[in-house]
Design a binder for this molecule. Structure first.
Ligand code: FAD
Length: 397
């Protein structure tokens, strides 16, 4: 560790000691408390210059290298701060897509508002277009200066609380499925938008269905050209499968003390089986962190291969499941109590049953494990491609 990184770590630690919210688990057992905590913590981080280290240098708090970002994530985890679930899509998915594809006008219009707390969600998935994302059917018809959009989206994380949406729509039904897609920026307050929360198994409502009924979106709010939506969507997905996992992996490593504490509290320090599983987990978490680091270093150096991000995502989702299931096993009967849910939590709620159930979400969100394996085998290992047998209604057979 260089002197500059040591100084950064020292500064961040001191800043967190003075500013990190202390009692957030207690306040996040209601949606109102969750929203207030998330908004307050994000605003504090923006003020401190720590909210968007991964953004370019011209933006406040941006321009940090990989090593600096890691220090920050490690310290955020160490201080046990809430993860920024509400602004996660805004600062990662929306921002990285806007930086890559947005015009100067679009960046000037949208990026500062993210720092002011505007919330984005992602409207890609539909009831019959998840893994097969190219099967999107939500229709956008151009009428003069606007697109008129009709259709349904599903599983939009934080969609019921969001202001804006990254929307993938179909502008053409003929020809290759991918070539008919277009990427729009939707204002969720627009006429004709209905967001309905989806209730989950552990009691939370982390995502929403979006119904779009003759919604008008200005052509000026299109990212990329008409028909270029598939390529633009890849930027969003790459952020989801790569960059965000640097933070998540660092946080999982930072949360290992939860398991160590549990081993002590339950008197299992001499249990060889538990110690073996703990050792195995710690090693896997280290490997997940190393893989995420290497991925980003390769991306920055321009050496990224198609499929690398899938390796990172697959490793994270499997390791998270190991982490939460060891916690659940150790917590025993106590974990069976249905404690009040800490809304929007992941691995960090302290409620092992909720965390365990939530870990399954990561084996699906952003592309399921099975699909990541397909990508790895086809794109990285050069195995034969999976036969494609599907067609879109209206396609020529
Ligand atoms: C917590 C969470 C948050 C999410 N947030 C968002 C969001 O904000 N915005 C958004 O647009 N979407 C979001 N999603 C949706 C997510 O992207 C989809 O759930 C995912 O892509 C899988 O699609 P599907 O649910 O339609 O399942 P399907 O595609 O129907 O798959 C069902 C099963 O079949 C398997 N399968 C499908 N195709 C293949 C294949 N070719 N080979 C092998 N197995 C296959 C899958 O792995 C899976 O096990 C979220 C999902 C979760 C769980």
């Amino acid at each position: 560790m260089t002197d500059a990184l040591e100084t950064l770590r020292h500064d961040v630690r001191a800043w967190l000691e003075a500013n990190a919210p202390k009692d957030w688990r207690a306040t996040c057992t209601s949606h109102e408390g969750f929203l207030a905590t998330q908004r307050g913590w994000f605003a504090k981080l923006v003020e401190g210059g720590y909210a968007v280290p991964h953004w370019p240098a011209e933006w406040p708090g941006g321009g940090q290298g990989l090593a600096e970002q890691k220090v920050l994530y490690e310290e955020l985890a160490r201080a046990d701060t809430p993860r920024l679930l509400l602004s996660f899509m805004s600062t990662y998915h929306a921002a990285s897509t806007l930086f890559e594809w947005g015009s100067a006008e679009q960046q000037a219009k949208y990026i500062p508002r993210i720092l002011e707390g505007e919330i984005w969600c992602q409207g890609f998935s539909e009831p019959n277009a998840g893994s097969d994302l190219a099967a999107v059917r939500t229709r956008a018809e151009r009428r003069g200066d606007v697109y008129v959009v009709n259709g349904q989206k599903v599983w939009s994380t934080m969609g019921q609380f969001a202001d804006k949406c990254l929307l993938l729509v179909r502008t053409r039904t003929q020809g290759a499925k991918q070539a008919g897609l277009t990427y729009l920026l939707l204002d969720l307050k627009a006429k004709g938008v209905t967001a309905r929360p989806i209730h989950q198994i552990h009691g939370d409502e982390e995502f929403a269905e979006l119904f779009l009924d003759d919604v008008e979106i200005p052509v000026a709010d299109r990212l990329g050209d008409e028909g270029q939506g598939w390529a633009v969507a890849q930027s969003t997905l790459l952020s989801e499968r790569g960059l965000t996992l640097l933070e998540l992996s660092a946080r999982m490593r930072g949360a290992l003390w939860r398991i160590a504490d549990l081993i002590r509290e339950t008197g299992r320090e001499d249990d060889a089986g538990i110690l073996r599983d703990f050792g195995r987990l710690a090693t896997r978490i280290d490997a997940a962190c190393a893989l995420a680091d290497q991925f980003l270093a390769n991306r920055i150096a321009g050496h990224e291969r198609v499929g690398d991000a899938s390796l990172v995502k697959l490793t994270y989702s499997r390791t998270l499941r190991d982490f939460t299931s060891l916690g659940l096993r150790l917590a025993g009967l106590e974990a069976q109590y249905h404690e009040p849910i800490v809304f929007g939590g992941g691995m960090e709620t302290g409620n092992w049953m909720a965390d365990f159930m939530n870990s399954y979400a990561w084996t699906i969100a952003g592309g399921s494990d099975e699909v990541q394996r397909n990508i790895i085998s086809e794109r990285l290992l050069g195995m034969p491609r999976e036969p494609k047998t599907w067609t879109l209604a209206g396609d020529a057979a």
